[in-house]
Design a protein around this ligand. Structure first.
Ligand SMILES: [Zn+2]
Length: 215
């Protein structure tokens, strides 16, 4: 089995294309203004948009699903999937949780960060359940990595020891951290998700805002 993983260079967040038998899986879409960037990226690599058969959204923050509605408009046949909780938020163009301590932040802070939390609502066709397996990279298991948001999911390929973790793990160089701060829905769960995923002993961690490889 040789299936490629292609990282789409970031505008704030990273997206990943995973090659399957009949088409690609796209993990997350980036901000709504990421559309041209994705289309150009695919064109440069001679990958047609129609070869994306499935989109999985790790969680309902705008920097992860903001561009989904535009991609769907261009390619209505694309199947889009998320966990139940995150799907409900995406269908409403919202985030699945509020910023903690919102009263202490100034209106200017909200103005600057609003695009990260509010996005055009989008269609979700398929609800993913924890434990189910998608047919990529020898089997991509859906993991519960809630904490950053209440329905956050990761995808884990045991055979290639590859973990797509969205915002549940934050790599910085060799250092890895859990989700923390005002945009973390539940700190205790975020730490648990972090530990549970590292216990799987991944060889590469492909996150929403960085990546990490075991030496
Ligand atoms: Zn993010």
């Amino acid at each position: 089995m040789h299936q490629k993983v292609i990282e789409i260079q970031p505008l704030i967040s990273r997206q990943y294309l995973v090659e399957g038998e009949n088409g690609y899986l796209l993990i997350d879409t980036g901000l709504s203004n990421n559309y041209a960037h994705i289309i150009n990226f695919l064109e440069r690599r001679s990958i047609s948009l129609s070869s994306i058969e499935l989109v999985v959204i790790t969680h309902a923050d705008g920097d992860h699903y903001g561009c989904l509605a535009k991609l769907q408009a261009k390619l209505p046949s694309m199947i889009c999937a998320a966990s139940e909780i995150e799907a409900t938020a995406i269908r409403q163009g919202k985030s699945s949780r509020e910023l903690k301590g919102s009263s202490v932040f100034s209106p200017i802070y909200f103005k600057l960060t609003a695009p990260l939390f509010i996005s055009p609502s989008a269609r979700i066709d398929r609800i993913l359940s924890v434990g189910e397996e998608l047919p990529y990279l020898g089997g991509l298991e859906v993991l519960d990595s809630s904490g950053h948001t209440p329905g956050h999911i990761s995808l884990w390929s045991k055979s290639t020891r590859t973990l797509f973790c969205g915002d549940s793990i934050w790599p910085k160089g060799k250092h890895l951290s859990p989700s923390t701060g005002a945009n973390t829905w539940n700190q205790q769960k975020a730490c648990l998700a972090f530990e549970n995923q590292l216990a799987l002993q991944p060889d590469r961690i492909l996150a929403g805002h960085g990546h990490w490889r075991r030496d």
